[in-house]
Ligand binder design. Structure first.
Ligand SMILES: [Zn+2]
Length: 262
C-alpha cells in the first residue's frame, strides 16, 4: 500500500553503503521508520528529503515490516536551522524529546502541530532557547505529567505567593508551603512566565524577550520534572548545556542584542 503523509524527519541513520533509515513523524500516522534506498548518495532524489528537520510530503510504500520511502516533496527544508550550530542544537534537542516521548505508531496531530510550529519559529529566527523551553513545557502532558499551574495544588487558592513543588507537580500557595520541604519559591513574574509557557500558543512565546537567567531558572524546573518524574535525559542535552555554558567556544551566525525582561 502506498501512503502519502505530511511529516517531519525526526532522525536518520545510515544503513549499508548507500541507504538511510529515516524516522518520520507524520500528521496522519504518527512516528514511522522507512528505508530510503540510495539516500546517502548526494545525487539521489531522496537525498534532500531525508535530511533531519525536513518538513514535507512523503510517499511511503508500506509492506510487512519497515516501509520504503519512495519519494518526497519538500515543504520547508529548514536549511537555515541546519546552517547554524545553535539552532541545530536546539532543534536536535526538540526532535530527540519528541522521539523519546512517542513509543507507539498512533497519530498525534496536536504534537505534530507543536513540532511543526516550533521548527518554523526557529527557522524564522525566534529565540531557539525560548522555543525549546516552550516545547518542553507543552509536551509534559504527552509525557503523562499534568502540572497544576492555575491554582494551588493543595487548597485551590489562586491568590498569594506561590512556589513550585516537585512532589505535587505544580504550584503551592504560601499557606501550603509547609506540605513540601523542597519547594522552589517563585516571584510573581516567574509564576506568570511558567503559566505562559504551558498555556499560550507558540507565536506569543516567540515574541517574548527573556533574560538568560530567567530562561535558565524555568529550564531547571522543567528539566528536573523530565529527569525525576518522567525518567528522560536526552543525549543532545549535554551538548546544549556545554554550548550554553561556554558560547564563546562556538561561533554564532550573528550577535543578537541582549534582550531585556518583559
Ligand atoms: Zn494552598
Amino acid at each position: 500500500m502506498l501512503q502519502k503523509v505530511e511529516g517531519i524527519v525526526l532522525r536518520t541513520s545510515p544503513y549499508g553503503e548507500s541507504n538511510k533509515i529515516v524516522t518520520i513523524f507524520s500528521r496522519e500516522l504518527g512516528k514511522r521508520a522507512a528505508m530510503a534506498r540510495g539516500a546517502k548518495k548526494p545525487t539521489s532524489r531522496l537525498a534532500s528529503i531525508s535530511q533531519p528537520f525536513t518538513y514535507g510530503y512523503f510517499l511511503i510504500q508500506q509492506g510487512k515490516g519497515m516501509g520504503t520511502l519512495q519519494q518526497g516533496e519538500i515543504i520547508d527544508s529548514m536549511r537555515s536551522i541546519r546552517e547554524d550550530i545553535f539552532t541545530t542544537a536546539y532543534a536536535s534537542f526538540i526532535m530527540e524529546l519528541v522521539d523519546k516521548l512517542i513509543d507507539d505508531e498512533a497519530p498525534k496531530p496536536q504534537l505534530f502541530e507543536i513540532l511543526q510550529q516550533a521548527l518554523h519559529a526557529i527557522s524564522e529566527e525566534y529565540d531557539p532557547e525560548a522555543i525549546s523551553l516552550f516545547v518542553e513545557w507543552k509536551l509534559l502532558p504527552t509525557a503523562g505529567i499534568y502540572p497544576t499551574l492555575h491554582q494551588c495544588t493543595n487548597c485551590g487558592a489562586t491568590d498569594g505567593e506561590f512556589a513550585f513543588s516537585f512532589s505535587q507537580i505544580g504550584f503551592l500557595c504560601h499557606r501550603c508551603f509547609s506540605i513540601d520541604p523542597y519547594i522552589i519559591r517563585l516571584s510573581p513574574s516567574q509564576v506568570k512566565l511558567i503559566r505562559t509557557f504551558y498555556t499560550v500558543p507558540i507565536d506569543q512565546v516567540g515574541k517574548l524577550t527573556l533574560k538568560k537567567e530567567t530562561k535558565g531558572f524555568i529550564k531547571k524546573i522543567v528539566r528536573t520534572i523530565y529527569s525525576e518524574q518522567v525518567g528522560i535525559r536526552l543525549k543532545s542535552q549535554h551538548f546544549l548545556d556545554q554550548m550554553e555554558k561556554t558560547p564563546e567556544f562556538f561561533t554564532p551566525k550573528k550577535e543578537k542584542p541582549s534582550p531585556e525582561e518583559e
